[in-house]
Design a protein around this ligand. Structure first.
Ligand SMILES: Cc1cc2nc3c(=O)[nH]c(=O)nc-3n(C[C@H](O)[C@H](O)[C@H](O)COP(=O)(O)O)c2cc1C
Ligand SMILES: [Fe+2]
Ligand SMILES: [Fe+2]
Length: 397
């Protein structure tokens, strides 16, 4: 895609990746974009770059705006390879006089590309550089979501170039958030938050407070993935504020896997109990739902109920995968319970309870184990569990 002027003399010069479907364990059903921004002022500055296979898109776009000349400054807000793996080639072509990055950014660039000879210029939070008519202020955003990360704020344009924050993995021909279907946009933004930033929610809260205190006037937020927030950018900041609060809703997820459908029958009975308590409930079979989509639903759910049959003295591998992934993202403020069918030793429910305790999910019931196929009375007990979880959730929300 050709360059797009997003504000006077500021161009999107990134690349569209329609085909990527996996982003380190996160399913990107609709691809993604690698956004880079070129500012043409007395000094020419490029903010971020693209993934290596897309380097010619970036170089062509820069050429379209600048012709054969190089750039003065390269700003590396974040070193992860989706934004920097084109640098070894790009550096030869555009030959910047300086690379601005955080101190961790410099180390991380060295640890990736082993180039001691690049012209690093380490900046700290609050530091500014002048491009001529513009001032760029850097704001370190350590651990959001890597230690090297920072934002670049263009004061006169009131433009926040926000690196991975506020992004979405969604490839579209449009460049602005106000040009696309809104509910789909927010779903992609939520999935991105849930899978990439949930773990750092306390830091997100702090960052929002810091930025508010700094009194930055923001007319536009340009992230490194997906669409640019132009009309009321406060919308995505408010969404981050809400998501980082992890306030539980009256919503329950029954996440399960089954071999011969007994655990599934139990899942359906539990969902009945929850529905009777007027709790919104979703049945999520781990064979048909990807962990990264389930985590998106976890974001505002109040109750997580996990079900697994016992296989070889353990839980099913899909459940181990799910719990492992979820534990890493440290969800807060959830209640939970476990259930499952078994044949002789029946370890799955106990192991799930253990995992929930480790994650500080409040386990509201010892859980239900049914030997082989459930009888009507077993299913009744499952329904009662659903009601019980529903009642506790209503007390807590
Ligand atoms: C390959 C295999 C291994 C199993 N290993 C165990 C086990 O170690 N302990 C146990 O209690 N049940 C074990 N079971 C029995 C299942 O847990 C039992 O069939 C249960 O009812 C399956 O529930 P589902 O219909 O939800 O898959 C095993 C079953 C299979 C097929
Ligand atoms: Fe990243
Ligand atoms: Fe990224």
């Amino acid at each position: 895609m050709k360059p797009v002027e997003i504000a006077k003399n500021i161009y999107w010069v990134g690349a569209l990746d329609w085909n990527v479907r996996d982003f380190h364990g996160y399913t990107t059903y609709k691809g993604t974009t690698y956004n880079a921004y070129l500012v043409v002022d007395e000094k020419i500055a490029l903010f971020d770059a693209v993934k290596e296979p897309f380097k010619s898109d970036l170089i062509q776009n820069i050429r379209q705006v600048l012709g054969p000349r190089g750039i003065d400054y390269l700003i590396v807000n974040h070193v992860e390879p989706d934004h920097s793996s084109s640098l070894p080639d790009l550096m030869k072509v555009v030959n910047p006089g300086k690379i601005f990055c955080t101190s961790m950014g410099r180390n991380t660039l060295l640890e990736h590309y082993h180039r001691e000879d690049w012209p690093y210029e380490v900046v700290k939070s609050g530091q500014t550089i002048n491009l001529g008519h513009r001032t760029v202020k850097f704001i370190e955003t350590r651990m959001l979501h890597w230690p090297d990360a920072m934002f670049s704020y263009l004061e006169e344009d009131r433009l926040l170039i926000s690196s991975d924050a506020f992004g979405q993995h969604w490839c579209t021909s449009e460049r602005f958030a106000d040009e696309v279907e809104q509910s789909e946009l927010m779903k992609h933004a939520a999935k991105y938050y849930a899978n990439i930033l949930l773990l750092y929610s306390p830091l997100v809260k702090k960052l929002i407070e810091t930025v508010t205190k700094m009194g930055l006037k923001i007319d536009m937020i340009a992230p490194d993935h997906g669409l640019i927030w132009r009309e009321s950018p406060s919308r995505i900041i408010d969404a981050y504020d809400a998501w980082s609060g992890q306030k539980p809703r009256r919503k329950a997820l029954i996440i399960y896997d089954t071999m011969w459908h007994s655990t599934e029958k139990m899942a359906r009975a539990i969902s009945q109990g929850l529905a009777e308590e007027k709790i919104s409930v979703q049945l999520l079979d781990l064979k048909t739902n990807h962990r990264s989509d389930i985590v998106t639903e976890v974001l505002d759910a109040g109750a997580l109920i996990f079900g697994s049959a016992t296989l070889n003295n353990g839980m099913l591998p899909t459940m181990a995968d799910m719990l492992h992934y979820l534990r890493g993202l440290r969800p807060q403020n959830k209640i939970g319970a476990a259930f499952g069918s078994f044949g002789w030793s029946g370890e799955a429910v106990g192991l799930i309870n253990q995992a929930m305790e480790e994650m500080k999910i409040k386990v509201v019931d010892p859980g239900i184990k049914v030997k082989f196929f459930p009888r009507q009375e077993d299913l009744k007990i499952c329904e009662e569990l659903g009601k019980k979880v529903g009642k506790v959730l209503k007390e807590e929300t």
